[in-house]
Every structure is written in C-alpha cells, then in structure tokens.
Ligand binder design. Structure first.
Ligand code: GLU
Length: 327
C-alpha cells in the first residue's frame, strides 16, 4: 500500500537523468521532535534542490520501533509538513533475508565471531568508550576456540561481532569527507573495536542494516543528525568489505533546548503534536525552523517548495555546534 505510488514511476524515470538518491530513515520510537524535523527537512531540501529522488525507510527492527506503534503517525507528520518521497515506505522488518545474506558474506571472509559478553561486562567502568558512547570492545571473545564456543553456546545465544583491522593496518583507518564537518578520520581499532552486527536476541544491528539498505536502495547521499557522525566509519568499513558504493555524507547539527539539553523523543520535547498545535500550519513551523537553521533570512511562513529555492549547503555547514531553539 503506497499512496505515493503515482510518484514512483516518475521517480524511476527521473533516476536515469538525476542520479541523486536521498533517504529518510526514521526509527519510530516516538513522535518526531523539532530536531528530527530539521534533519528530515535538510535531507529533503538537498535532494529536491538537485532534482533527486527520496526514499522512505522505516527502521523498525528494535522492539521500541515496531510497526503499528508510531510509524503511521510519522508518515502522517511527514505528509503534513509536505516532505514527500518517491519510494517506500520500506520496512526493515520485511528485509531480513538481505541482512542475513550480508552476515553470511562477512562470515565467509572469516571476519565474524560469536560474542558471549553480557551488557554489564561491556559497560565495565574502566573500558574506554567509542565516539558514540558504546564501550570500546576489548576483544574478549575474539579468540575463543571451537570447544569453548560450543560450551558457551549450550548456555546462551551469542551476539555476532565483526573484526576490525589491527591498529597498524591502514585498512582500519577510515577517512571521509563530511559536507558539514569536513575531513573526518577514525581508527576502527582504537575508536570502536570489533562491533556488533547481530544482537544475541537475533536482531540485526543498526550499522549492518543501514549499510545494506543504503546500498540496495541506491542511496547516493546520507544526510542525518550529528549524533550519527561516529557511525559513518563503521558503515564505510562495511561498504568496503561488501563491495558496496560509497554515498556522500552530511551530518547536520542537533537542536538543543534553551538550557543546552538536546531535544529527545523520550522527553517528548517539542514533538509534532505540540508543534502543530503551537504553529497551526506547516508553513509557519517551517518558516521558524528554517530561520533558526540559517536557511531563510527571516521566519516568514514558507512552504517546503519555497525553501528549495533558498536552500544552500553553505548555510548548513557554518553550524558546527548545536542549534539552540527559541525561549
Ligand atoms: N534510524 C536512525 C534514527 O532515527 C537514523 C539512521 C540513519 O540515518 O542512518 O536515528
């Protein structure tokens, strides 16, 4: 079921002439807040200003994001804003075979191993943390022998981890250009360590599924919040191993409340219900948002189509810090 079906053919025909493909990739764990609207708006403006195509992918693998909870609301909110798409919605829960195949392809390179560590062990206070706050994996289960693996498997199901190259190996230094943040370089061994590709409950990990989907959906540019900047190196490493294309990256600033605290879905900060009640029309909300984001010179009401004409990456890239919203 896809009420955007009429766009789909046009989108496909356009694809040949305009190879830019962007995506919305929301995890519907709650209603969108102003920060989510901001990154969706920039992703959409970037694609539309290049006559590209937009894909909507619902990232629903985690139990907090399961289909039927917030996805329909999220789709209605995007429509209300006028942020349309040409393909989808795709649901990750419908795509498990693709993720399984990718795990198999990585395992065939002898890069995957079972990990039996508990969350408590991983969060041991002394462990250094990766750039996204997850503990740097110390390699505890990397070299377990077959007997030990069998013994532990009988007691509990393992997660699966992907080996990253040793610190001295240039394959483990990932450098890329981010449209907002410039040249970014990460050493996988010291910045994240061997990382999860499947959890012990069988759920495929974010880094894996996002990489597989971006490739299979032909995504050429990734625009998302700065909280995911630290994930890009792992995704590029996966692209290298799986022989995928490399999309371009742009990580946009996050929005913060006047007290400096980042907006969050959990706190139901400025969610779409509140924003609709407060602004009344999408044009008023978008006018306000595009002004604080530096896209528009003032906060006059503007539609998404009017904003396409004003959009330039120059306005976005000068914001390397969080954008603090009005009092
Ligand atoms: N689903 C992720 C989120 O809502 C974003 C994934 C991505 O853009 O790579 O935070």
């Amino acid at each position: 079921m896809n009420s955007n079906a009429q766009h789909t053919n046009a989108g496909t025909a356009q694809a040949a002439a305009h190879p830019v493909v962007g995506r919305f990739a929301p995890s519907p764990s709650g209603r969108m807040h102003l920060g989510n609207v901001y990154s969706a708006l920039v992703a959409w403006l970037s694609v539309r200003s290049q006559n590209g195509r937009m894909v909507l992918r619902i990232e629903d693998l985690d139990e907090r994001c399961r289909r039927g909870k917030f996805d329909e609301q999220l789709i209605a909110d995007l429509r209300w804003l006028g942020l349309d798409w040409d393909e989808g919605p795709y649901y990750q829960s419908d795509r498990l075979d693709l993720y399984r195949d990718a795990v198999r392809a990585l395992a065939s390179q002898d890069l995957v191993y079972p990990c039996f560590c508990t969350r408590a062990e991983l969060h041991a206070a002394s462990a250094p943390h990766a750039s996204d706050g997850t503990p740097l994996y110390p390699g505890t289960c990397r070299n377990l022998d077959a007997d030990e693996v069998a013994r532990r498997r009988a007691l509990k199901a393992p997660a699966l981890r992907l080996k990253v190259p040793d610190e001295a190996d240039p394959a483990g230094i990932i450098t890329f250009n981010d449209r907002s943040y410039g040249t970014v370089s990460e050493c996988l061994a010291t910045d994240c360590g061997d990382f999860l590709i499947q959890r012990s409950d069988g759920v495929f990990a974010y880094q894996l599924v996002v990489t597989v989907d971006d490739e299979h959906m032909g995504v050429t540019e990734i625009v998302r919040g700065r909280d995911l900047l630290g994930s890009s190196a792992r995704q590029i490493y996966l692209q290298n191993l799986l022989g995928y294309n490399h999309p371009s990256y742009a990580h946009v600033p996050l929005l913060a409340a006047p007290d400096g605290r980042r907006l969050s879905k959990r706190d139901r900060d400025c969610d779409m219900g509140e924003l609709m009640a407060c602004f009344g029309t999408p044009e008023k909300l978008l006018g306000y948002l595009s002004h604080i984001a530096g896209i528009a010179p003032d906060s006059s009401p503007r539609s998404v189509d009017q904003l396409v004409d004003l959009f330039s990456w120059r306005a976005i890239s000068i914001h390397s810090a969080d954008i603090v919203i009005g009092k």
